[in-house]
Design a protein around this ligand. Structure first.
Ligand SMILES: [Zn+2]
Ligand SMILES: [Zn+2]
Ligand SMILES: [Zn+2]
Length: 507
């Protein structure tokens, strides 16, 4: 067998190695030196075992995403995707995957797909097939996490078959949910607001009255499934069919009893809410709204109308990385009326629908980082998160900012000034840092590689002991911007500036 296998491998090597661009891309993970010295290394088309092993290791986790410059939202160039943050042309995907599968023998454990639904139909179908055949395999022996693939197929047999093998899976389309009649504890399942609608409408279609409808609901969500963490994807920009006054993108009502039934029967312990600006489930189903069977909830509805749940969760994590409106509204009180979307109800509503003592949020964006002044921003955030005078709540917020918002140009003196820290916040000793992949997307076609930026953070705390309320606002600034954009004299003049806290050696 080795003769045959060797010759297949040889052919594949030859295919990949003759594609200079693809090979450079794969190898640039491993070492910049290596990709620069390719020609030297590739004499005899041989590659040393260390590098094969490194490639195998670097592909245990794969992120396969379509990304584009937000400014190109209309023309969206579509001849590439990003695989592990590297740009790969469509025609290179097949040899890349076959190389990984056959020559490298990758054992992919985690695949995260993003925005594949935006690709052209033919390529999307081919990519979905290749991910199954080359990376997962029919038996799914190694796969543990599969996220976002059903967005490419809208739910299929191959995907639902793999769903059963994973520890983390989703978002689950309704057709996949119907196959989940086995018994399994998931670490994490992902669902969407659209799935809640689909479930409600299915139960209505199968019943003649409210009682039958809820019986159907009980039979649709099975308690043989459990999941430690439920990730709920909520689209911020859904529209109603035939909206008469023109589309008014917003959150839409969700059937509360469907959510509660899932939380209860799946024995959910903690929640992740992902607010998304764009998904392929924009259009709402409105059939269920014709019936008064289900209570309608929205996270941005007035919280006084939201019924308090008797469930309890360890933790609610809110991801705003792909949000537009929620991010914008949470840090901005000066909205014109047409822009107001009620996001100040967000935290009080979370505490009614998903009761918890611990909420973490990230206010981050790699394409539209908040702009206005830091002092104002911090005050507004505090105003929003304390709107209800919360009791027994630990709230941690990560806030990624552009360095420009910590200073201001004074037109009268013609000089730059550094802004201060908003009142009530107390600087904590803790020093923070993290790395985030981001891309500048200056060019129409996006960069070849997503950059890994180091962010430096400082923690500012607001505490209300009586109410057992503790709020940590962790503000992050790119290390590069800190190094390049602040001079010593200015920091000397503004001793108590916000950004000065990033330069204090010890406190
Ligand atoms: Zn599928
Ligand atoms: Zn409402
Ligand atoms: Zn670290």
């Amino acid at each position: 067998m080795s003769v045959k296998k060797n010759s297949v491998t040889e052919t594949l090597y030859a295919k990949v190695f003759t594609n200079q661009h693809l090979l450079e891309n794969i190898l640039s993970y491993l070492s910049d030196d290596f990709s620069k010295n390719l020609d030297v290394r590739l004499v005899n088309k041989s590659i040393n075992n260390t590098f094969l092993r490194l490639i195998r290791r670097n592909h245990r986790t794969m992120k396969i995403e379509y990304a584009y410059n937000v400014k190109d939202i209309i023309i969206r160039p579509k001849d590439y995707i990003y695989i592990n943050y590297r740009k790969i042309k469509h025609q290179d995907v097949l040899p890349y995957f076959i190389f990984l599968n056959t020559a490298i023998g990758v054992k992919v454990q985690k695949i995260t797909a993003r925005k594949l639904w935006m690709l052209e139909d033919e390529f999307k179908r081919r990519l979905h097939g290749l991910i199954h055949s080359q990376l997962i395999g029919t038996n799914g022996t190694h796969i543990q996490t599969l996220i976002g693939l059903e967005e490419a197929c809208d739910g299929c047999m191959k995907c639902s078959n793999i769903a059963q093998k994973c520890l983390e899976y989703g978002p689950v389309r309704f057709s996949t949910l119907q196959t989940m009649i086995y018994s399994k504890n998931y670490k994490k399942l992902h669902v969407t607001d659209k799935l809640f609608e689909d479930i409600a409408e299915y139960c209505i279609s199968k019943s003649k009255n409210k009682e039958e409808c809820f019986k159907e609901l009980d039979e649709t969500i099975l308690s043989t499934i459990s999941c430690d963490k439920l990730a709920i994807w909520i689209n911020e920009c859904r529209v109603l069919p035939n909206e008469e006054t023109g589309p008014n993108p917003n959150h839409r009502h969700m059937p509360r009893e469907v959510i509660d039934t899932i939380l209860r029967k799946w024995n959910v312990k903690s929640i992740k809410l992902s607010m998304l600006h764009i998904t392929n489930e924009i259009l709402c189903s409105v059939e269920w709204l014709q019936y008064d069977y289900f209570t309608r909830v929205r996270l941005n509805d007035p919280y006084s109308e939201t019924k308090q749940s008797d469930l309890k969760f360890n933790h609610v994590e809110v991801s705003l990385s792909y949000s537009f409106y929620c991010v914008k509204n949470l840090g901005n009180r000066e909205l014109i009326e047409s822009e107001y979307r009620g996001y100040d109800n967000f935290i009080p509503n979370i505490r009614r629908i998903f009761p918890t003592d611990r909420i973490t949020m990230d206010l981050s964006h790699w394409f539209a980082i908040a702009d206005t002044e830091i002092e104002k921003k911090m005050s507004t955030i505090l105003q929003v998160v304390t709107i209800e005078k919360p009791q027994k709540l630990n709230l941690d917020m990560k806030f990624f900012v552009k360095s420009g918002i910590v200073k201001k140009f004074n037109e009268e003196t013609n000089k730059e000034e550094l802004l201060g820290i908003a009142p009530r916040y107390v600087l904590q000793e803790k020093r923070l840092h993290c790395f985030k992949k981001s891309s500048p997307f200056n060019a129409e076609h996006g960069p070849e590689v997503f950059l890994d930026n180091k962010w430096i953070g400082r923690r500012f705390q607001v505490e209300h002991a009586e109410n057992q309320f503790n709020f940590n606002l962790d503000v992050y600034i790119k290390e590069k911007e800190l190094e390049e954009e602040f001079n010593k004299e200015l920091l000397q003049i503004y001793q108590n500036s916000f950004v000065g806290t990033f330069f204090i050696k010890t406190i």
